[in-house]
Design a protein around this ligand. Structure first.
Ligand code: CP
Ligand code: NVA
Length: 302
């Protein structure tokens, strides 16, 4: 595995391999077992959007693996003043051992990977959020003991999270049911991938999607970069909420997952959020372990 650019690039075996290594690294960290698999390596972390979890988990993860992270805000880089990504890539490739980037366009991440000559990890684009979905799959497996045969459901926007969860869920043997309003569907590329799976459905009502679900996902109605559409989206997504009524349709022991940050009273109610806080914050913690696994896979010798 050279890069982590999108879930579509990974085989089912590669996903399971990452999850297994993530479990191992979590165990090693919890038991103070040395795991400095990236001693002496450097990771540049480029952020063109805000972040709490991604920034901190990559920086801490790199440190725990014996390497050094370098935080690079696009506001302070020449890329923020128009230096082409191709040039930035060719420069950074000569200094660093790997790059993590959070940006808008997926094509920028792909160009960075092509031109830098070093491993690139996608820390979120408008199209996808593979690091989050690997942590999500890790969390489901941790709580449920398996992925194969479970039903995942996603209520809300056909955004980076829905795109990545559809691919990650289907590739790991889950059935996937998503509900979104008209005009807010997942990306064409993802629907093309999913059309070969009988266990995938896109429906219009959250009730249909949540029926007999083992894990229910949701995410904000307006993602980063869409703040100007917030009011319009509040109207479009009315009813697309994970609440106690909806939870009654899922299995009694269904999990709830949210990548965070969450908007209580919009995509999820405060009571459902708090009732499932343990699963949601384990999911946030697992960003650290899953990303350490990705870094070791792409930058290490393991
Ligand atoms: N879930 C997630 O990626 O969080 P941040 O935006 O805080 O990094
Ligand atoms: N869909 C959200 C995810 C945040 C982690 C966004 O892109 O803002």
């Amino acid at each position: 595995m050279k890069h982590l650019l999108k879930m579509l690039d990974l085989s089912s075996e590669e996903i399971i391999d990452i999850l297994n290594l993530a479990d191992q690294l979590k165990y090693e960290q919890k038991h103070n077992i040395p795991h400095k698999y990236l001693e002496g390596k450097t990771l540049g972390c480029i952020f063109q959007k805000a972040s709490t979890r991604t920034r901190v988990s990559f920086e801490v993860g790199m440190y725990q693996l014996g390497g050094m992270p370098i935080f690079l805000s696009s506001n302070d880089m020449q890329i923020g003043r128009g230096e082409p990504v191709e040039d930035t890539a060719r420069v950074l490739g000569r200094y660093l051992d790997g790059i993590m980037i959070r940006t808008f366009k997926q094509s920028e991440v792909e160009t960075l990977a092509e031109k830098s000559g070093i491993p690139v990890i996608n820390g979120l684009t408008d199209f996808c959020h593979p690091c989050q979905v690997l942590a999500d799959l890790m969390t489901i497996r941790e709580f449920k003991g398996k992925l194969q045969g479970l039903k995942m459901c996603f209520i809300g926007d056909g955004n980076n999270m829905m795109n990545s969860l559809i691919v990650g869920g289907l590739k790991t043997g889950m059935s996937v049911s998503v509900a979104c309003p008209e005009g807010y569907e997942p990306a064409e590329e993802v629907l093309n991938f999913a059309k070969d799976y009988d266990c995938f459905e896109l429906v219009r009502t959250p009730q249909e999607a949540a029926k007999n679900a083992d894990v229910i996902f949701t995410d904000v109605w307006a993602s980063m970069g869409q703040e100007g559409e917030s009011e319009k989206r509040k109207i479009a997504f009315e009813g697309y909420q994970v609440n106690a009524e909806l939870m009654k349709l899922a299995h009694a022991d269904a999990m709830v997952q949210h990548c965070l940050p969450a908007h209580r009273g919009e995509e999820i109610t405060a009571d459902v959020f708090e009732a499932h806080a343990n699963e949601i914050f384990e999911e946030a913690e697992n960003r650290l372990h899953a990303q350490k696994a990705v870094m070791v896979k792409v930058m290490g010798n393991k």
